[in-house]
Design a protein around this ligand. Structure first.
Ligand code: ATP
Ligand code: MG
Length: 397
């Protein structure tokens, strides 16, 4: 039987937005539609701020797995429409729960009803009990138990004026805010483990995160570039419409190597990256920068050096990983799927001409002296002229 399904999409934080609530919901719906535009036969309905997607049965699994990757979605459940009769509702529960039961194991479940149609002759707790007991009667011998507080599986029933829908257990989403609701930012992305996680965290706060990569192909080959392209493509899957800016960095690195104190190299590179990133952000109207820095992770990320780098810009710089341990970042990168790309062997650009003893507490006055020794403004202009802009949507990797 080719039945239609109703997917209920839940959101969490948007609910707190007061007067802007509708704007956030519209943004979320638009983002969902964009992620599903190749799927035929979907119908979106948003009655009183609740998001429903009607879809052909065979697309419900695909729709759910896409919803689970859209920032702003808290959870999704697939539902079927039934007669509002206890036996018919319980039959759906049995059909869905039975395949989940395993010999020798118990599964805890409960039924939760939302009775929007107040003319329906039974109250919600009565419906829960009636439907729940019918399911239990059939599946108890296979290990099913009832638990209201601690259920592994919650069967939800919505008794509406027009129809009654039974929903499958919730599939959890990423939560957070819909991309675009906060604005656009520019993330400094290298091929490493940290920066893709940092950009991802900003996306979940409603930012469209564009990337800027400082490339030194002549020294390191194109491996770094290829990694950043793959990472950007993967991240773009969560947001769409992002850009990647690729800035040639080798001339700047050579000038710093040839004219400045070796111990300051990495901090001086970083100051140039920040300056260029700020300038690109201003040109494009992006509202902040983001990096994958974390306090004390490496020499360039001591409080002194982070400060020395921040001084060269006045745009906000967000460092969403600032208080995370490396292992926590690695775990998140694995979940996100960027980890395997990030660890493909390839040296990063800051390790070029790495001095044996990088300064851990560079003084700003000393860095400024170093910066009188090479024509950073001209080099910055030149690098920006040669910058390549990549549209990540159309990028093939
Ligand atoms: P990741 O680059 O992902 O942090 P990492 O730990 O190897 O891995 P760091 O040296 O810690 O890199 O760099 C700190 C941050 O500076 C990065 O998270 C990134 O935001 C920025 N950055 C470093 N190198 C580059 C680069 N070549 N292009 C763009 N941004 C960079
Ligand atoms: Mg790092």
């Amino acid at each position: 039987m080719n039945e239609r399904r109703t997917i209920l999409v839940r959101y969490d934080e948007i609910g707190l937005k007061g007067k802007n609530r509708d704007q956030f919901i519209n943004r979320l719906v638009k983002n969902i539609q964009m992620q599903m535009k190749d799927l035929e036969g979907l119908q979106f309905k948003v009655p009183h701020g609740r998001i429903f997607i009607h879809c052909p049965e065979e697309l419900s699994v695909e729709c759910t797995s896409r919803l689970q990757k859209i920032p702003g979605v808290a959870s999704a459940s697939v539902g079927v429409t039934r007669e509002p009769k206890f036996d018919a509702l319980a039959a759906v529960g049995v059909e869905w729960i039975e395949p989940l039961l395993q010999p020798g194991k118990t599964l805890k479940f409960c039924v939760r009803t939302n009775r929007a149609d107040k003319t329906y002759p039974h109250k919600s707790p009565d419906i829960d009990r009636e439907v729940g007991s019918r399911i239990l009667r059939q599946l108890h011998s296979q290990g099913l138990e009832v638990s209201i507080k601690d259920a592994d599986y919650i069967l939800e029933i919505e008794i509406g004026q027009d129809e009654t829908v039974v929903f499958n257990n919730r599939a959890s989403g990423l939560r957070g805010l819909p991309v675009g609701s906060s604005g656009d930012i520019l993330g400094l992305i290298s091929g490493g483990i940290d920066s893709p996680v940092a950009l991802y965290r900003m996306m979940k706060r409603g930012c469209r995160a564009h990337g800027i990569f400082f490339d030194n192909r002549p020294f390191m080959g194109r491996g770094g570039y290829d990694k950043v392209v793959k990472l950007s493509k993967l991240l773009n899957g969560y947001q769409k419409k992002s850009k990647l800016y690729v800035v040639p960095f080798e001339d700047i690195q050579v000038a710093i190597r040839d004219h400045c104190r070796p111990a300051h190299r990495v901090v001086l590179y970083r100051r140039m990256m920040y300056r260029i990133a700020q300038s690109v952000a201003r040109q494009k109207g992006y509202l902040a920068l983001a990096t994958g820095e974390s306090v004390g992770q490496v020499a360039s990320q001591t409080l002194e050096n982070l400060n020395a780098v921040s001084q060269v810009v006045n745009l906000s710089v967000f460092r969403p990983l600032i208080g995370m341990n490396k292992q926590e970042i690695i775990n998140e990168a694995k979940e996100l799927g960027t980890y395997d790309i990030s660890i493909e062997p390839h040296p990063d650009c800051c390790s070029v001409f790495m001095p044996p003893r990088p300064a851990t507490r560079a003084k700003i006055a000393d860095l400024e002296v170093d910066e009188t020794k090479y024509p950073w403004e001209a080099l910055m202009r030149d690098a920006m002229t040669k910058m390549e802009t990549v549209n990540v949507d159309t990028l093939t990797v």
